[in-house]
Design a protein around this ligand. Structure first.
Ligand SMILES: [Zn+2]
Length: 247
């Protein structure tokens, strides 16, 4: 039964690749059809099948042999796996669709932040609204009040960090924090922030110890925050229950 959400995720991942390529440039995600950026050849449906086409084409344009970035199959696979995991945990419920919407947004935000060091408002601002509305309507949601407090806590914490650090963190991170609070409520939203800080801190320490990026090169925080959000969405209730059971 996991095949259906997996394929659904692969197809959504294919669309997310369009979002990732076009949204930072301010282009429409609906038109025109996808084309090779080098030779301009339109990409036929048979060359646009998630992951399979990349393998068949050996990662190159059919016309001019220009390399297709690895990001394309990676985003498709990540979305497929994320949707399959969400389906295993949530089943065929409206909550699964809400979780899929959040996971898709987080994957697009991760890829865009890695490439451009921005987190687009056109994803986070509608995301905040969707999170609040979904939690107001769904019986299994955290409710509108918890969701709104989540927006205030998630966005507010980053607002304080931005003020204290004098611009070390961007407004995009703040809106992403607010979006996570809207979807997850303030408790799991805080857990998401904590997990993001832990993951980002662990990678920063590893880079300092083992070379790699110099200290001055900014590492975008969005991907860690997105990862924390995905983990909190999928397993946050269990993590909180385990943590609280220790007292
Ligand atoms: Zn080409």
């Amino acid at each position: 039964m996991v095949a259906l959400p997996l394929v659904f995720g692969l197809l959504v991942g294919s669309f997310l690749n369009v979002v990732i390529a076009r949204v930072p440039e301010g282009r429409s995600v609906w038109a025109p059809r996808s084309a090779c950026p080098r030779c301009g050849a339109l990409i036929g449906w048979y060359d646009n099948i998630p992951i399979l086409s990349f393998l068949v084409l050996r990662g190159r344009c059919r016309g001019c042999r220009a390399g297709i970035p690895w990001r394309y199959p990676v985003v498709e696979a990540a979305t497929g796996i994320a949707f399959a995991l969400a389906y295993v945990l949530l089943g065929p419920t409206p909550e699964f669709l809400v979780a899929a919407a959040l996971l898709g947004a987080l994957i697009a935000i991760t890829a865009i932040d890695l490439d451009h060091q921005i987190i687009p408002d056109v994803i986070t601002l509608p995301g905040i609204a969707v999170g609040v509305v979904a939690n107001s309507l769904l019986p299994a949601g955290v409710g509108w009040l918890q969701s709104l407090i989540g927006v205030a806590v998630g966005g507010g914490l980053f607002f304080v960090i931005i003020i204290l650090s004098g611009g070390g963190m961007g407004g995009g991170d703040m809106k992403l924090g607010a979006m996570l609070g809207a979807f997850l409520g303030w408790k799991l939203g805080l857990l998401a922030l904590l997990l993001g800080v832990l993951a980002g801190g662990a990678v920063a320490v590893a880079l300092l110890l083992f070379g790699g990026k110099g200290r001055k090169e900014a590492i975008p925080f969005g991907p860690y925050l997105a990862l924390g959000g995905a983990v909190a969405l999928l397993w946050g209730d269990r993590v909180l229950a385990w943590y609280l059971s220790r007292f």
